[in-house]
Structure formats: C-alpha cells, structure tokens
Design a protein around this ligand. Sequence first.
Ligand code: PMP
Ligand code: GLU
Length: 398
Amino acid sequence: MSIEVSKIVQGVEPSATLAMSAKAKELKAQGETVYNLSVGEPDFDTPKHICDAAIEAMRAGHTRYTVASGIPELKAAVCADYKNRFGLDYKPTQVVISNGAKHSLHNAFFATLNPGDEAILPAPCWVSYAELIKLCGAKPTIVQTREEDSFKLTPEAFRAAITPKTRMLLLCNPSNPTGSCYTCDELLELAKIAVENDLFVVADEIYERLVYDGAQFTSFPTVLDGLQERSIVVNGVSKTYAMTGWRIGWLMAPENVAKKISSLQSQETSNPCSLSQYAALAALQGDQACVAEMRAEFEKRRDYVMSRIAAIPGMSAPKTGGAFYVFFNIRNFLGKDYGGVRVETDKDWCLELLQQKKVATVMGSAFSAPGYARASFAASMETLKTAFDRIEEFVAGK
Ligand code: PMP
Ligand code: GLU
C-alpha cells in the first residue's frame, strides 16, 4: 500500500533558500571549497552571555515543559522591548513565543485566514510566505514592485490589488530578499489603505535591528492610531542575535488572536525549547553592544558588496538599506553560454554559478522575481571577496 499525500501538502514547494544551501553543503561534503551566499543566517557565533544563560537555565532545572505560549519573563521582555524602543503598549497576553519567526508566521496565517481569503504579498517576497498562506487554503496575491521604486509597494499598486476577498497585507520591513526599508510616511500611506479597506497587516520585522546609514526603523503599528488592533507583528532573535539554530521567534497580536494562537500552539507543538527561551531572555535583557557590533560589520560588508555589483557592467541592484541581502538584476546575463552551457533563466544562472564557480546564491524566481538573484552578505569579507571575484569572472565568460 502506498500512502497518498494530502492535496494541500502535495502543493508545497521546498524552501529554495534552504535547498540552495543544502546543495552548497553537498558540494562541500564532496571536498569542494564553496562560497556560500545562499542562506540568510549570520555567520557570527551566538554571543557568549546568551550561551551562558542557556547553560545556567539547564543547571537550574529549566528542562521541563513551560507554558505552551512561552515563559512569562520572555513575554514581558518582548513587551518591554517594543515599549522602550517604539512606545508601543503590548500586554504579555498579546505575545506568543514560538519555534522561530517562521512558526510565528505560520501561526499568524493559520489563525486568521480562511480558505478562499486573499493575502497581498509584495514581490520580491521571501520564499515561505506564499507557501504558508497556501497551506491555510488561502490565496497569495503576488503584487510586483519595481526596481526603480527600490522594490517597495506603492499605494497605487496596493489599491489595485485589493478585491472583496482580500483580508491581509504582508509587509516585510526591512525586506528579505531586497533589503529595502519603508519610511514612516510610506508606511502611513499603506496603513491608511489597509484601514479604508478593513484589512489587517502582518508586519514581519525580523530584520528591524539591522538597518544602515543611520536610518531610524519605524515599527508598523506606530504610524497610525488604532493600527495595533489590525496588526500582527512578527520578530525574533534569529537574525539580531545570531541565534538561527535556537528557534525562538514571537508574534504580538490583538488579545483575542494571541489567545487562540496560544491554544493552537498548545495542541500542535507545546512550548518552544525551554533553554532557548532563557537564552532569548538573556539576549533581550543583556548588553546590546553585540547587536551594534554585528550591525556595523554587516554595514561594512553591505558597502563592499554594493561596490562590487556597481563595478560589473550590466549588473544593478538598489541599495540595501537593511537586512543582509543584495538583490541584483541579472537579466543582461541570461540567454548566453557559460562554459558551453546555455543559461536562459535566473535558476540556470545560479545553478551554473554554483557548478562552475562554486558560489551559491538564490534565484530571484524563488522570491517571485525572475531575472534577479539574491546574495546574502552574512558571510566573511574574505568569502565575499572571492565570491564576487568569481561572479565577475563568470559573467565575463572566464
Ligand atoms: N521572516 C523572514 C523575512 C526571514 O528572512 C526569516 C529567516 N528565516 C524568517 C522570517 C524566519 O526566521 P526564524 O529563523 O526565526 O524562523
Ligand atoms: N530566512 C533565511 C533566508 O531567507 C533563512 C532560510 C529560510 O528560513 O528559508 O535565507
């Protein structure tokens, strides 16, 4: 007997970012030196005081189930953080701690979208949003943005995408994969349209601490009174504190939504790892110098990568304002032969770049933006330098 996979799961695509990273690791296991700019994950170690807190928690016996929606101390710390930095008032009952921000997003979609509902996704958009929305039986409405607009959703494009079935807008700010950041005024224009059309907004703010050029990040619910009631904010420790493997993220939502998500999580996964929660608590409450240091290093790398792209004739990318990605236009490099292999699409280009030059990037089509590629600069300067030397050689046919 063969087990048939359900219709809804049959449609799920694997995460392209993780798939490219797996390919790079495969080549590495075969003994190749690979320059991996595919997966978006800080190359820094988790700061020592955070690791120490997890060890202490283990020794103190915090090794049992916790409250399914997270330990009260961490929820309180999340509320205090958004209050201190953005002036937003959240109660701990509005916070749900989950197994990474990806899980928080899944919870948010699953708890709010009904089959047939439409959710607007400005593209280029991170690989998991559309798949997670489809898993709820809802429909992602992909709205293309333009490189000339720094890949930001314009009020006109937002309005034009709304139908009677639209319920939600997903806003990733700073954006994965483009690195674009919305200004307060831009967010306000989008917020007004959401209110006029009675939509709610899922604001993925996972990269908010990684903004460059001295920019001030604006948290979405701050731009208009009453917006907290129609927003679900997602954040976590993975990117800010180099804690991708610890799997702690959270959402902040209106109380009725958070309560139902807590019930859902209590049935599905129970609490996220107890020790990781104590580590996340130490991250939020401890010295923030580590964040400033990592941010400064990312900014240096951002400058370097932008200069390398600018130096390649025919290649372009809007300036990355936040997160640790550069999203570059490779249209001028398609429809050509590379070492005797015909390269027609962005996927072919990224695969050949990996095959021939051992540089791993992610194809734009995985982010609903064919003709582009994403490189993560969460890699050492040395890796970035060699990777871009090789990209330069590759497009020059060397
Ligand atoms: N949102 C965005 C935009 C991301 O890039 C990521 C990275 N994986 C996540 C959410 C999920 O983060 P986490 O590792 O905490 O699940
Ligand atoms: N968010 C990261 C990325 O875009 C991690 C991989 C993933 O979770 O898909 O590369």
